[in-house]
Design a protein around this ligand. Sequence first.
Ligand SMILES: Cc1cc2nc3c(=O)[nH]c(=O)nc-3n(C[C@H](O)[C@H](O)[C@H](O)COP(=O)(O)O)c2cc1C
Length: 365
Amino acid sequence: MAENVIFTPLKLGSLQLINRFVRSATHDYLADDRNGQVSDRQLCLYRNLAEGEIGLIISGHAYVHLSGKASPRQLAVDEDEKIPGLKQLASSVHETGSGSVVFLQLAHAGRQTKPGLTGGLQPIAPSAVYDPVSCILPRELRAEEIPQIIEWFVQAARRAQEAGFDGVQLHAAHGYLLSSFISPHTNRRQDEWGGDWEKRSRIIRQIIQGIKKTCGAQFPVIIKLNATDHLPTGITLEEAIKIAVSLEQSGLDGLEISGGMNEAGLGSVWPGLRKEQDEGYFVPLAAEIKKKVTIPVSGLGGIRTLKVAENFLSKGLVDLVSMSRPFINEPALVKKFASGELKKSLCLSCNKCFNPRGVKCANKK
Ligand SMILES: Cc1cc2nc3c(=O)[nH]c(=O)nc-3n(C[C@H](O)[C@H](O)[C@H](O)COP(=O)(O)O)c2cc1C
């Protein structure tokens, strides 16, 4: 059996993770498209992931309000009616007894959606900045609407907790609503919700504080944070560091560092196989943030090779390693790494797993 730090436990808030592997949030196109209810195929998917002994499994993004639905067949956490289905999803992980824990990713698409997906609701954003990818000019939120947005996230976290999830992850990456608040490219406000980094990230601090008040200080809250938008007018690493420090002070339990925005032409899911030295394309940003915080930080982006992942940990660059596509290819990857059966994921990063009929590796029989 492998003895590297990667297979050792880590404390994340009130939880003890069984190892350092994270299945980063992965939308699976498997929920009921009428209302985002959990499906039997999702129960099977999550059971397989848990049997694979992944330390932390993060769900696909679940919309906290219909106006924030980003994609067909997306999971929803917008109403109490969703709790029973979500309960089955959390149980499908826990019942395996593998020790894996599962977090629900709470998301709102902001301006990166279309009224065709949101039941006709006009996409919303901190500012009315045209999105050339969705061809949407979003509606600028009025200041008095923002407490309601905060409440959507807080209530979604309460539902996740009631359903038995071990924690939640706020989706503040890839240009979605919370990411569009922290980015100066999409947030041009001059009121208390826009301007400097502190005001642009205020909404997230208030969400964290609201969740901790409602769900208890022990309920883990982590975030997926853009440290770059890949846009010259986007967020800078220096700002992302200050935001991360302020979120830790507000009670945040962990960080996963990502980047990209639809209109940058370079998102977060880079296609193509890379050399080992180029794996972990967002890890250098995560490592800079880790220097300034004490909570666990996860690195990601094209990590495929066990040795590479182990090096990130042993060098102290990050505390956890997150992967998405490798677990679509092989849910038992962690076990296969541990037994020595695999030293590298067989994922080709071809991105054909984005399959609207259900996430699936195109290169696996
Ligand atoms: C099919 C698919 C769905 C994804 N869905 C989400 C999502 O719901 N939320 C999110 O934050 N990231 C999502 N991502 C991005 C991944 O979490 C991850 O950040 C990215 O794929 C890079 O990691 P990888 O190279 O290991 O795949 C998705 C990626 C893929 C391939």
